[in-house]
Design a binder for this molecule. Structure first.
Ligand SMILES: [Zn+2]
Length: 144
């Protein structure tokens, strides 16, 4: 890992924050701009450990979905309560932030309108929207 995230080196992966496309950086400054047609994004360096963390988080959400697909909700709730309670309090704060990210996603679906959800997840997106309003639409929590 290099020091500054703004700098990049040959062969490093750049990611566009607008279209999420990834490109390998070359040595030219032009390569810093997103190559996707019509996109004006500026690529930022994304390191292997960042990609691994994203993949782990995605895998965790798939595991949670699998658990919810067939598991009794009361058993899942007991496991979640026990698992949350025994975490370090600073980590609990970070876990809450992670859960707010899910709320932010659903709230965004609610904001886009009825074409982005239906009766099966309407309660989820509309309730998530209310929760995000409660936290001023921020997923950031104090890290103490
Ligand atoms: Zn782009």
């Amino acid at each position: 890992m290099t020091e500054a995230h703004d700098e990049y080196a040959l062969g490093e992966v750049g990611e566009c924050p607008q279209c999420e496309q990834r490109y390998l950086f070359s040595q030219t400054d032009e390569e810093r701009h997103c190559l996707t047609d019509g996109c004006k994004g500026t690529l930022t360096v994304v390191y292997r450990y960042m990609l691994e963390t994203r993949e782990k988080a995605e895998k965790l959400m798939n595991e949670l979905a699998d658990l919810c697909n067939g598991g009794r909700m009361s058993d899942i709730a007991k496991g979640i309560e026990k698992g949350v309670a025994r975490q370090h309090r600073t980590l609990q704060q970070q876990m809450f932030s992670a859960m707010l990210v899910a709320m932010r996603h659903w709230a965004a679906q609610a904001a886009k309108g009825p074409g982005y959800y239906d009766a099966r997840n309407e309660y989820t997106v509309k309730t998530a929207k209310r929760i995000m309003e409660l936290v001023d639409n921020s997923v950031h929590v104090p890290l103490i």
